[in-house]
Design a protein around this ligand. Structure first.
Ligand code: NDP
Ligand code: 8X3
Length: 248
């Protein structure tokens, strides 16, 4: 039987690239996101290469929607908890509470809702692998990023704790913690302001979604006795949240 991989937030960026990469490895894909057309395009692209992709269009912020769409799934071998966002980049006293809710509800609560359902299925199956998308922001808080950084600190803590919770059940937990990856991330962070989004990557060759997908593909292919707990990936021009070497 082919292995099944569930990827949240597969309509764009890292999630989309991971769906394509795992499909190429022979996984049957279950791809989620809120943009139905994007999901249809992804499924068609995977089908053209002879793969299989089921799509589930829902919002991970809703516990009820997570339950409605995910409970019926029979088996999930790999879960990639990728759906997430940064919204806004400003000092704490200028923050928008709607942005804060979106980040905490998606990056933290959504990840928890999805994991709870899928981990139960993996525990019943006696195996599984959960890959959480953290960030360098999960250990390096930076100016203007209090709530996004807090949400990724939460992902970092949750990943470590869930690794312990699921140890005896034979379920691996890997946290992938990228630095700068060019996706729709910055466009979303700056609420659609293309110029600001592009300036994030000025003078830098950033990572791509495919680069991160390659790391995830490696981690999920390791033999049963071996796990990657935590992987930090950055462009060669970045040394951390505070250090980026931009070429003129
Ligand atoms: P993108 O904006 O390109 O992709 C984000 C994905 O998350 C989309 O598919 C989006 O789908 C989905 N998503 C967002 N909100 C929801 C929601 N409420 N319900 C369901 N799906 C949702 O960004 P990236 O690919 O860069 O980001 C993926 C992950 O990687 C995030 O967790 C991000 O924090 C993390 N990350 C990104 C870095 C970067 O520099 N790009 C660096 C470090 C970590 P849709 O809108 O269709 O719902
Ligand atoms: C995304 C990377 O540096 O914008 O998590 O926080 S950063």
């Amino acid at each position: 039987m082919k292995k099944q991989a569930l990827i949240t937030g597969a309509t764009s960026g890292i999630g989309r690239a991971t769906a394509l990469r795992l499909a190429a490895l022979g996984y049957d894909i279950v791809a989620t996101g809120r943009r139905a057309e994007r999901l249809d395009e992804l499924a068609a692209e995977i089908a053209r290469t002879g793969g299989s992709c089921r799509t589930l269009c829902f919002d991970v912020r809703s516990d009820a929607e997570c339950a409605r769409f995910l409970e019926p799934l029979e088996r999930i071998d790999v879960l990639v908890n990728n759906a997430g966002l940064a919204a806004g980049l400003e000092h704490i006293d200028c923050g928008d509470t709607a942005d804060w809710d979106a980040m905490i509800d998606t990056n933290v609560k959504g990840l928890l809702y999805v994991t709870r359902i899928v981990a139960r299925k993996m525990r019943s199956a006696g195996s599984g692998h959960i890959v959480n998308l953290g960030s360098i922001a999960g250990t390096e808080p930076y100016e203007n990023g209090a709530v996004y950084c807090a949400s990724k600190h939460a992902v970092h803590a949750i990943s470590q704790a869930m690794r312990a919770d699921l140890l005896a059940a034979g379920i691996k937990v890997t946290e992938i913690r990228p630095g700068m990856v060019e996706t729709e991330f910055s466009l979303v962070r700056f609420h659609g302001d293309r110029a600001k989004a592009d300036s994030t990557y000025a003078g830098v060759t950033p990572l791509t979604g495919a680069d991160i997908a390659e790391a995830i593909a490696w981690a999920v292919q390791l033999p049963p006795h071996m796990n990657v707990n935590d992987m930090v990936l950055m462009p060669a021009q970045q040394a951390g949240a505070y250090y980026t070497h931009r070429k003129k």
